[in-house]
Design a protein around this ligand. Structure first.
Ligand SMILES: Cc1cc2nc3c(=O)[nH]c(=O)nc-3n(C[C@H](O)[C@H](O)[C@H](O)COP(=O)(O)OP(=O)(O)OC[C@H]3O[C@@H](n4cnc5c(N)ncnc54)[C@H](O)[C@@H]3O)c2cc1C
Ligand code: SF4
Ligand code: SF4
Ligand code: SF4
Length: 389
């Protein structure tokens, strides 16, 4: 005897309440159940209509991103939303023409389809640069300039930043900066993990109560955890106002590995004046420029970075990165009211120049954020090892 797909009751085939979907007849116990089932079909049509003028997404994208890498859960949401799809040999498969309406992609629990699930909650987005000639930043020098503003306006009594070691070139050393000089020398990015939390604890122990803290998402997460976990140190005993300045981050490397790799290319770290990661390449400047694909240094990438999914430091008050902006500018995502207010005030007081980030800049951030989010599925590894197919 057939089962009513809505209320799961057994029904007689002679019931007057029937519907046909995907060439199959369905039987219902009542007009109400039949109506619910038919409404579902209408919703698919409505969603299809509202997606019509958006980006065209075909089943091929779902196949490439989810089914082929082997991360499909076989929940059936895609198949249930399109007559052209069926499960064949344990996989959602196209059996008819695909109109690239995007409905299946938007139902799948494994795809990422909203901006906030890629970069967290954001109040406003900007591109900005320093107006202080003495600031030599990694991108627009905005992080350093904001710290200088907060220190000089008396809004912050110290900042936890990272500088390069004097003894071992390009080794990161976290410090508690309380002077203009210390903040200025922290400008620039070092692609190695920095033990910033030790310095944060030491700043609080020394009596700082308004602290600017700079770090990539894993560092910001540590502060957040200590502030919000029931037994977190910052929640229980060490009360301090911490402004979290997050850095976008795709990778860091083991210090010794980076040193050996560059030495094998006849580049001593002591000769390096600048390092940047741009468009999947490590750019190292000495008296000339050396460019290496990141795939060459995969082996020295920190293990934690291969499973990290947060590009933009989603739990910070304000985040900063290079992607999305022109050379010499920093992309800024203002997240909290405090982050936004301080950023705008730093501009009003002449520390930085700010402009809205254009849509194509934000799209670049979203693309990089997506590449990082899907790391959790280990798609690259699955395809390489053939495990997903
Ligand atoms: C490891 C790492 C990876 C990054 N990867 C990306 C990326 O993939 N895409 C992207 O768009 N942007 C990335 N960034 C961010 C980018 O390099 C800049 O830091 C950001 O755009 C701000 O530039 P700025 O000129 O305004 O900062 P600056 O004014 O130069 O200030 C830089 C700040 O970074 C801090 N810092 C430097 N190294 C570290 C470290 N290892 N740990 C903690 N804090 C540090 C310094 O203390 C300083 O306060 C990365 C940064 C780091 C540190
Ligand atoms: S027509 Fe079907 S298979 Fe093609 S994108 Fe739309 S829902 Fe997916
Ligand atoms: S909706 Fe996604 S997870 Fe569910 S069956 Fe389809 S591809 Fe697999
Ligand atoms: S990739 Fe993630 S884990 Fe690695 S340094 Fe960056 S934020 Fe931390």
């Amino acid at each position: 005897m057939p089962i009513d797909p809505i209320c799961k009751k057994t029904v007689d085939e002679t019931t007057p309440f029937k519907s046909i979907y995907k060439n199959k007849e369905y039987y219902f116990c009542s007009e109400e159940c039949k109506k619910k089932f038919d409404e579902l079909d209408k919703s698919v049509i409505r969603v299809r209509r509202s997606l019509k003028d958006k980006e065209r997404i075909s089943f091929g994208k779902l196949k490439r991103e989810i089914i082929e890498p082997g991360i499909c859960t076989l929940c059936g949401a895609c198949v249930a939303s399109c007559e052209a799809l069926a499960v064949v040999n344990g996989k959602p498969t196209l059996k008819g023409p695909c109109t690239a309406c995007g409905v299946c992609y938007n139902q799948c629990p494994r795809t990422i389809t909203t901006e906030s699930s890629l970069i967290g909650s954001v109040r406003d987005v900007f591109t900005a640069k320093t107006l202080l000639p003495e600031v030599k930043g990694q991108d627009g020098g905005v992080v350093t300039s904001m710290l200088l503003y907060a220190l000089e306006e008396g809004l912050m009594d110290s900042a936890v930043v990272t500088v390069k070691s004097d003894e071992e070139p390009w080794k990161p050393v976290p410090i508690v900066a309380q002077t203009r000089e210390d903040i200025l020398r922290s400008a620039g990015s070092i692609y190695v993990h920095s033990l910033t939390m030790e310095s944060l604890m030491s700043a609080i122990k020394r009596g700082s109560r308004s602290i600017g803290f700079v770090g990539p998402s894993c560092n910001i997460d540590a502060v957040y955890k200590m502030q919000t976990s029931p037994y977190g140190l910052l929640h229980m005993f060490m009360r301090a106002n911490i402004l979290k300045l997050g850095l976008f981050c795709m990778d860091t490397f083991h210090y010794d590995g980076l040193k050996s790799f560059l030495e094998s290319k006849n580049i001593p770290l002591s000769a390096v004046t600048e390092m940047k990661i741009r468009k999947g390449k490590l750019v190292v400047k000495t008296d000339s420029e050396h460019i290496f694909p990141l795939s060459d240094i995969d082996a020295i990438r920190s293990g934690s970075c291969t499973v990290c999914t947060d590009l933009t430091a989603e739990k910070s008050d304000i985040s900063f990165g290079g992607v999305g902006s022109n050379e010499g500018y920093t992309t800024v995502l203002a997240r909290t009211g405090l982050g936004l207010e301080l950023f705008k005030d730093a501009a009003d007081r002449g520390y930085i120049k700010i402009e809205p980030l254009e849509r194509n800049g934000l799209e670049r951030v979203l693309r990089q954020a997506k590449a990082k989010k899907v790391q959790m599925y280990m798609i690259k590894k699955r395809i390489e090892t053939g495990k997903g197919i």
